[in-house]
Design a protein around this ligand. Structure first.
Ligand code: FAD
Ligand code: NAD
Length: 477
């Protein structure tokens, strides 16, 4: 048995690796146990986010956007492109290089911070003891002052569409298609469905998304969703709501199609596609994470039960990231990693769960923070609304990217910013301004009185803040 770590993290995704770095910065002896193996057969740090999540999906979203721009949008700028060719294998290879460079970067950060990376499957066998099963099946035990569980999540599978890894695939496999499927089906029009659907639609697939709910993106501002739905339709994304998939059949032979049987309010329907992505959510990785005699409390949905500081019911055992309550977002896990490291070091780390930004990287991008109109109404909070369309900003017009708007919600009496909802160009970047304002308990007036460079997209945020007080300058109030 090896002794002497101050803290052991199980899982080297954004929650675990960031928590490990912060722990090392605070002077602790740190080890990270992780079992991820990249498709080349080599162990890799970074978890889902870097290897099969945020980074590869954004790399492909960017590549597909470049292709789409060249094929669809350049002519408006007076540019004619001829002989444009698509090399999907090269696109995937570029994505893999982006991933490798970043996961290699974490390895360097581990070395620089003297963090020990133990490759293998970690299991909590006692409050302060972790058993690691190596690739060859041998086991070793390590002890630590504290253990942080950060094992992340994996795709949910459904009985009506069992994966075969070729025709019916999950998001991991959808990141590695080597040719554009002429017809692509996606079960689930959530974040992954919309992002992956966008990638392959831009590259030429006919994409149909089958969503169980009657409304698209339920928790998102309704005005934002209406704009998104129109844009997605214009792009050719066929989103069918209220669908219950009842079964799938895969034909025979390499070119075989997948038949998806589903029911909607009109009755039984059939869809035939060349590939089918199942993107119906993710579930926490808690299997084989603790030994039978360790009484780790899970909640009713199988997530590890934690308090606001990510403490589990076991002394000195914490859990962070996708495996605990709250949104499954990399930055939320990272903040929890920092908080837990600081708490273990006796400091006052905390996470403000009220200011977690969300981004969906479609075109237009969708981003929000804080509460929606519906939530404020339900809570009886009086509020004012300020909206501003990108079409009224010079920069968005110049970019030929003027769909969408910024919408701000501020308390009717205090004017404190309570929520921001953006759909449009660079929404992923613009939302940070609202997050900072909310973190500082700022008001719409604070934003409205802050000078913004001209011409920029961020002027739309300031104008929306002015609109809260009915004094937007570049639109009628
Ligand atoms: P993970 O990243 O899942 O890492 C957990 C690690 O622990 C993995 O390496 C796993 O193999 C390992 N592990 C599990 N069990 C054990 C064990 N017992 N022993 C040893 N190791 C173990 N989020 C965003 O914020 N922005 C995005 O743009 C975004 N895009 C996404 C796109 C896709 C296609 C997907 C699938 C997810 C995306 N996410 C995005 C979500 C994001 O990836 C997760 O929220 C994030 O990775 C969670 O971090 P984590 O550290 O909790 O877990
Ligand atoms: P999700 O929860 O966003 O969407 C799943 C969708 O599938 C939902 O709309 C749900 O109603 C639908 N659904 C569930 N069961 C179904 C069924 N049987 N038939 C048809 N539809 C069904 O989940 P996801 O898209 O799989 O993504 C998983 C998580 O990964 C998300 O919660 C998100 O936090 C994270 N993620 C984030 C980003 C980002 O931040 N940009 C990108 C990708 C993934």
């Amino acid at each position: 048995m090896s002794n002497g770590y101050d803290v052991i993290f199980i899982g080297a995704g954004p929650a675990g690796y960031v928590g490990a770095i912060r722990s090392a910065q605070l002077g602790m002896q740190v080890a990270v146990v992780d079992n991820f193996v990249f498709k080349d057969g080599k162990p890799a740090l970074g978890g889902t986010c870097l290897n099969v999540g945020c980074i590869p999906s954004k790399a492909l979203l960017d590549s597909s956007e470049q292709y789409h721009k060249v094929t669809e949008h350049l002519s408006a700028h007076g540019i004619t492109a001829r002989g444009v060719e698509l090399n999907v294998e090269q696109m995937i290879a570029r994505k893999d290089k982006v991933v490798k460079d970043l996961t290699g970067g974490i390895r360097q950060l581990f070395k620089a911070n003297k963090i020990e990376w133990i490759h293998g499957h970690g299991k909590l066998v006692d409050n302060r003891e972790v058993e690691v099963t190596n690739a060859d099946g041998t086991t070793e035990r390590y002890t630590a002052g504290s253990v942080v569980l950060a094992p992340g999540s994996r795709s949910i599978e459904i009985g009506s569409a069992p994966l075969d890894g070729d025709k019916i695939i999950n998001s991991d496999q959808a990141l590695d298609l080597t040719a554009v499927p002429p017809r692509l089906g996606v079960i689930g029009a959530g974040v992954i469905g919309l992002e992956m659907g966008s990638v392959w639609s831009r590259l030429g697939s006919e994409v149909v998304l089958l969503e169980a709910q009657d409304e698209l993106l339920g928790p998102v501002d309704r005005q934002v969703v209406r704009t998104a739905q129109k844009s997605f339709k214009d792009q050719g994304l066929d989103i069918r709501l209220g669908c219950r998939v009842t079964g799938t059949e895969i034909g025979s032979g390499a070119e075989a199609a997948v038949t998806v049987n589903y029911e909607d309010k009109k009755g039984e329907q059939q869809l035939t596609v060349d590939k089918l992505i199942v993107a119906v959510g993710r579930r926490p990785n808690t299997d084989n994470l603790v030994s039978g005699d360790v009484d780790l409390l899970l909640d009713e949905r199988g997530f590890i039960n934690v308090d606001e500081h990510c403490r589990t019911n076991l002394p000195d055992v914490y859990a962070i990231g996708d495996v605990v309550r709250g949104p499954m977002l990399a930055h939320k896990g990272q903040e929890e990693g920092v908080m837990v490291a600081e708490r273990i070091a006796g400091k006052a780390g905390h996470v403000n769960y009220e200011t977690i930004p969300w981004v969906i990287y479609t075109d237009p991008e969708i981003a929000w923070v804080g509460r929606t109109e519906a939530q404020l109404k339900a809570a009886g909070v009086p509020f004012n609304i300020g909206t501003f369309p990108f079409a009224a900003t010079g920069r968005a017009r110049a970019m030929d990217h003027s769909t969408g708007m910024v919408k701000l919600l501020a308390h009717a009496e205090s004017d404190r910013l309570l929520g921001a909802h953006i759909i449009g160009p660079q929404a992923s970047e613009l939302i940070a301004e609202a997050v900072v304002t909310m973190e500082f308990a700022g008001s719409a007036e604070d934003l409205a009185r802050t000078m913004h460079a001209h011409p920029t997209l961020s002027e739309a945020v300031r104008e929306a803040a002015l609109a809260v007080g009915k004094r937007a300058l570049h639109k009628a109030n």
